[in-house]
Design a protein. Structure first.
Length: 155
């Protein structure tokens, strides 16, 4: 084959930059992750660990198979993240008493204590973010992102 390779006009790049929800969400997620990682650093948590610990803070210990879709993580990634929390003594996994093929995850006393210490830091970071975005309906944004995360993917 000879000749010049076809190129995509830069206007297409600009259109995707300005319209792509996926790109906007990825950029925002990275910036928010850095912000909340910094806020939670004093208690030794990342934003991902905080979210995972918070997801464990419920009356009944969840099954790993229920946590993975809730956190939009595959089971392998979730299991790896849980191992870190277990090594730090913040969470514990055990077979489900009703169905030993499943595993349930529980917060330890140390996990509860870490969450209690982390929540005011998370709240302050969130309040600062709210103040930096006056007029933004962050509850509606969070709701819309949640709906997008739950929407079935097309293949």
């Amino acid at each position: 084959m000879s000749g010049a390779c076809a190129t995509l006009p830069f206007a297409a790049t600009q259109m995707v930059r300005d319209r792509c929800l996926c790109l906007a969400a990825q950029r925002a997620a990275r910036a928010l992750a850095r912000r909340f990682d910094a806020a939670l650093r004093p208690v030794g948590l990342t934003n991902g660990q905080f979210s995972l610990l918070m997801a464990l803070n419920r009356p009944e210990p969840p099954r790993i198979s229920d946590l993975a879709p809730f956190l939009a993580m595959d089971r392998t990634t979730l299991t790896a993240a849980l191992k870190v929390l277990e090594r730090e003594g913040l969470a514990r996994t055990a077979p489900d008493a009703a169905d030993r093929r499943n595993r349930r995850v529980t917060l330890t006393d140390a996990g509860h204590a870490r969450l209690i210490a982390a929540l005011p830091l998370w709240q302050a970071a969130h309040d600062a973010l709210d103040a930096a975005m006056p007029g933004a309906d962050l509850a509606a944004l969070a709701d819309g992102l949640g709906r997008a995360a739950r929407a079935p993917a097309t293949e």
